[in-house]
Write a protein that binds this ligand. Structure first.
Ligand code: PRT
Ligand code: ZN
Length: 287
């Protein structure tokens, strides 16, 4: 009997390629040098990796050429294929936004009525206009959307934005956000139970990697008289580990802090007399 295998489609080159490969690597899935190859296999997990253009990934996953894929939500919603988003992956973050000339007085979606909008996302924009009962003309262009207003091709654009510097350099300003996007794991609707078992195994690893990325291991020295205050500041996974130091009256405290609350808590810890604070990245976190 054939052992179950999963086929995953990832971007061949571009903004999502490196982080997709790194995520798999962090999950213990080594990929032999992709180079210019269309596909490769992993020795450490029953996974075949296909390198494709991001735009093609939803179709390939719908058609089961690949069972799963890593692609931006913006592409998933634009292509509107019958595939399922199983996990947000936390990288490739950007937003699909409406932008207009900086001097324009944008006063809400109604501004777009009767206007010409240039975009590479006619599907998402069309639905957005419909949902907002706005009639506008969509002009589909495949690249360099940001130059459209400057050359008189459109009154507004809808494009991906991350830092905003592309808009700025073209005399545009971000007016509204239609969609927040990040890389996601998608799956074909008809994968077999054996393949689903593999997918769950992969998802377990992905979640452990994601969680680890969002957390730091913190070690610090605390005077025993302040130990109670310091411990109360640490959320930790359960309770922190407290070990006596060689120096009498001092303890070493170990705990886990999430990225979001990190700086605030570190400051409070210092104020409470913590010293020698070490912050260490976590590789995997299974809770
Ligand atoms: O060759 P292939 O078709 O596979 O790649 P591609 O050229 O179509 O896509 P690529 O590699 O540019 O982007 C892949 C995915 O990365 C996108 O589908 C998004 O999900 C995600 N992503 C994240 C972005 C950005 N950030 C981004 N900033 N994709 C594009 N941009 C572009 C944007 O279009 C604009 O031109 O960057 C410019 C804006 O960036 P800022 O920083 O100036 O605002
Ligand atoms: Zn593309």
């Amino acid at each position: 009997m054939d052992r179950a295998r999963l086929k995953i489609a990832i971007q061949k080159s571009g903004r999502l390629h490196e982080e997709s490969v790194r995520l798999l690597k962090d999950c213990g899935i080594e990929i032999k040098n992709g180079g210019n190859k269309l596909k490769t296999e992993s020795d450490s997990f029953p996974l075949e990796i296909y390198f494709l253009r991001d735009d093609d990934i939803p179709q390939y996953v719908e058609d089961a050429v690949a069972d799963i894929g890593i692609v931006g939500e913006n592409v998933v919603y634009e292509k509107n294929k019958s595939i399922e988003v199983v996990e947000k992956l936390g990288f490739g973050k950007c937003r699909l936004s409406i932008a207009v000339t900086r001097s324009e007085n944008y006063n809400g979606v109604g501004f777009l009525a009767g206007k010409k909008i240039a975009t590479s996302y006619p599907g998402i924009v069309g639905k957005f206009l419909k949902d907002n009962n706005v009639n506008a003309e969509i002009h589909e262009i495949s690249g360099s959307v940001e130059i459209a207003p400057g050359i008189g091709l459109a009154d507004a654009i809808v494009d991906l934005v991350s830092s905003g510097s592309t808009l700025f350099a073209n005399g545009l300003k971000e007016a509204d956000t239609i969609l927040n996007s990040q890389a996601v794991l998608v799956k074909n609707n008809g994968i077999s139970p054996a393949q689903n078992t593999l997918l769950q195994k992969l998802l377990f690893r992905i979640r452990a990697v994601k969680k680890a990325k969002n957390n730091k291991y913190v070690l610090l020295n605390a005077p025993n008289e302040n130990l109670k205050t310091i411990i109360s500041l640490l959320p930790g996974m359960k309770s922190p580990t407290v070990l006596p130091l060689a120096e009498p009256g001092w303890s070493s405290v170990h705990s886990v802090l999430s990225e979001n609350e990190f700086w605030e808590i570190i400051e409070k810890l210092k104020d409470a007399g913590a010293q020698g604070i070490l912050v260490v990245p976590i590789e995997k976190m299974i809770v």
